[in-house]
Design a protein around this ligand. Structure first.
Ligand code: SF4
Ligand code: SF4
Length: 429
């Protein structure tokens, strides 16, 4: 048995051996034998839709005395929850903003967080109780009993900006099909077609952190959340022994905008996060678990309405040969339909190009493009002898591989040490 302390000493000495989960799986696939002596850390990652995300912000919006209590706050038109601290008379607002909060069907909390982390100026609108002093951009409300404040901030104007997830980094997920009529759902971008004519799925398969872990991840594990160093708080909501998920936090100032985006579904806006986690290779059991391939990881197929399982496949059907499927766009192949079908959920497609930092390789564009401008290898699932094409991915394995690689480099550089968990998952306090 190695220990985390020994691995950390190797990191400090510049003597650590790190493999990404993809590198380990590629080695296993090619028949190479890897032992505990060959590797100290495996970096795993996942990137995809994670609805249980919120941010806590605290920043000044007015001089002291302008208002006594913020009542309604909007950031770029996205509603925020004022409080829990009222901060009377100080001109400071404390806010909680949900990743699923919406300005409209195309812009919500996830889009806002991306813009904020990327350094964009954010419009702040506050309706507050208490008399205003009409300084700067502040003005009295129509009723004359409160203040309406409009201003702009960027991330550097916000001293406290922390992201917290309540349900994230699921140990892989489901594939969805719709046996009934077409419906709007958070699991589709356009209406989810009926008669099991298309499938969507989530989960990064053989590089997924909780799938690859044999019990090393726990409360206090140091991780990367959207590129920032963060920590595991504990299990997330609806976490079960069979299918765990995690609650995490990290400082937004250190995050990378390319790791996060909004995602407009046919039933509301959602958010994409990226999470990387190190697995210390302390024993053969841990290495064996980390070495499992897509073909060994089951993917339940569920009815989109009832969420009841109606079939089962594995991740090798949707992530072919350990690939990192990318969606490509070739403008010269666009036939310029009078009405372009591509309503990109992240806003990455401008009509003439794809903004790489925003694209999550969901493949929706490739599924609906009338011409051949978009291309992606989306895979298919087999259900009761029927081959159902995948038309949407809720997870971006390409982006996850990129973050697992980033974590590997930080460990090799000595700028990221492993943290010993203070409590195992599933243990009570
Ligand atoms: S649907 Fe495809 S081919 Fe048609 S305009 Fe849009 S990108 Fe071009
Ligand atoms: S894969 Fe296509 S639809 Fe999905 S985010 Fe990228 S450009 Fe948009």
């Amino acid at each position: 048995m190695k220990t985390i302390a020994e691995i950390n000493q190797k990191i400090k000495d510049g003597d650590v051996t790190v493999l990404t989960a993809k590198e380990l799986c590629d080695a296993v696939r090619s028949g190479k034998s890897v032992s505990v002596e060959d590797v100290d850390v495996v970096t795993t990652a996942t990137r995809g839709i994670m609805s249980g995300t919120l941010v806590i912000l605290s920043f000044p919006v007015a001089d002291p005395g302008v208002f006594s209590r913020a009542e309604q706050v909007f950031l770029n038109g996205v509603p925020a929850n004022a409080g829990p601290c009222p901060n009377e008379h100080l001109g400071i607002i404390d806010l909680i903003v949900h990743g699923t909060a919406e300005r409209n069907a195309r812009y919500g909390g996830g889009h806002l967080f991306h813009d904020l982390i990327s350094g964009a100026e954010i419009e702040v609108a506050v309706k507050a109780a208490g008399t205003g002093n009409e300084t700067g951009t502040e003005k009295k409300s129509e009723s004359g009993t409160g203040a309406e404040i409009t201003t702009t901030v960027d991330i550097d104007d916000i001293p406290f900006a922390r992201m917290l997830t309540t349900r994230s980094a699921y140990r892989n997920y489901n594939a969805f099909v719709n046996p009934g009529d077409a419906i709007s759902t958070i699991f589709s971008v356009a209406d989810f077609k009926g008669n099991c004519s298309e499938a969507a799925f989530g989960g990064c398969g053989e590089i997924n952190p909780l799938e690859k872990d044999a019990g090393t991840i726990g409360v206090g594990t140091r991780i990367l959340l959207n590129g920032a160093v963060g920590y595991v708080i504990g299990e997330g909501t609806r976490s079960t022994r069979e299918r765990r998920n995690l609650s995490l936090f990290a400082d937004m100032h250190e995050m990378d905008g390319s790791c996060i985006s909004g995602f407009a579904t046919s039933a509301g806006t959602d958010i994409i996060n990226s999470i990387a986690m190190p697995i210390p290779v302390l024993s053969e059991d841990i290495l064996s678990r980390a070495s499992r391939l897509d073909s060994e990881i089951e993917l339940p197929v569920v009815d989109i309405r009832t969420r009841k399982e109606i079939g089962r496949t594995d991740y090798s059907q949707v992530w072919r040969s350990g690939s990192e499927p990318r969606v490509t766009f070739e403008l010269s192949l666009c036939v310029h339909c009078s009405t372009c079908n591509v309503l990109c959920p992240t806003g990455a497609f401008t009509g003439s190009e794809v903004i790489n930092d925003l694209c999550c390789n969901c493949g929706h564009c490739a599924s609906v493009c009338v011409g051949d401008a978009f291309a992606a290898e989306m895979g298919a699932i087999m259900l009761r002898g029927r081959k159902i094409p995948v038309t949407l991915r809720h997870s971006d394995r390409r982006g996850a591989i990129k973050l697992a690689d980033e974590l590997k480099q930080r460990i090799e550089r000595g700028s990221f040490l492993l943290a010993e968990p203070v409590q195992r998952l599933g243990e009570s306090i």
